[in-house]
Write a protein that binds this ligand. Sequence first.
Ligand code: ADP
Ligand code: MG
Length: 393
Amino acid sequence: ILPGPLANSSRPATLGVLGGGQLGRMFVHAAQAMGYQAAVLDPDPVSPAGKVADVHIATAYDDEQGLAQLLQRCEAVTTEFENVPAEVLATLGAHRPVAPGAAAVAVAQDRRAEKAHFAASARLSGVGPAPHAVIESEADLARVPQALLPGILKSARLGYDGKGQRRVASRDELAAAWAQLGGVPCVLERQLGLRDELSVIVARGADGAMVTLPVQRNVHRHGILAVTEVFEGVLPVRLAQQARDATMAVAAELDYVGVLCVEFFVIDDGSADGALVVNEMAPRPHNSGHYSIDACDVSQFELQVRTLAGLPLTSPRAHSAAVMLNLLGDLWWRSGNPTTPDWAGVLALPGVHLHLYGKLDARPGRKMGHLTVTAADGHEARRVAWEAAARLG
Ligand code: ADP
Ligand code: MG
């Protein structure tokens, strides 16, 4: 699907996206920059992506008329919202190129299937999931090996930003936590001592060609990504290469088409660098890849456009060191009173790139935007990022 005006047509090729959040918004920006039109399907009439799209279809994800409109208008469809019903992707996929496909998204939507997939791809890469057990019944609870405690109980479906998770130290706490989560299917993981967290974004074309972004080091606060750092020396080279290889193994084993993010833990195993454990994957661009807009010559969103349109993939190159800070709604509140963050102070710093997602309601914990600091090296990027954080209070 080539960009720009189509021969014998009154409009350019249009790329569709299911979901109107910030990821959809940045996809729309990338698609439009390359000469595509963009259509967004999201029930929210004022979604971040819907506001900037050429076409906004404001219906539920499974609304037949909405989906028919999307098919009529779009040459190909992607998703930014990982909980879009997999059947919807399958339906759309019968008529148009859809990337990622329904089968891959279904695996990413369920921690049970996801962990099983990681265990399978570990045969290629040697990097497997954390020790875990599936909990679907009282009998499963009784069978849980002691070695999984203390652990983290995670609902199999619909969890994000630490939601749907409970830390449990004993069997009693485990039983109570499972009841609290409504007795839904869960995965219990051993709580690991984390030395670090990292993630890798891979783009894979329909022909199997793959490119990856540089490896990202992530810091979470309260289960939400807070900081991503990407520069030479931020992670041991061997570990970074192993994470890239493991990510490509995960994508290849799924026969994935599109942009995929795989998250890893680094744990102590007695070695100098530590060892990798694969945690989860997102079948879409990821918060930890936002730095690529400002610090790489090809962003994760351009890669999403290219994989969707079937364009060639070229290897992205980081031209700057980068530190990304997430901007949560808390910044708009000071001791319970509404306030405006000191943007002028922050933007006076060198290499600061501000991205706000167009959300009007600054609730605490809500992702409102991010800023990426680019610099010649990691020391400078970190120094400016600390100063920016200080000015934001
Ligand atoms: P979410 O879907 O909410 O992102 P994750 O499984 O990534 O769920 O968990 C969120 C965060 O919680 C992780 O980034 C990590 O900091 C912490 N965490 C999750 N699982 C474990 C574990 N098994 N051991 C230690 N920390 C964990
Ligand atoms: Mg996560």
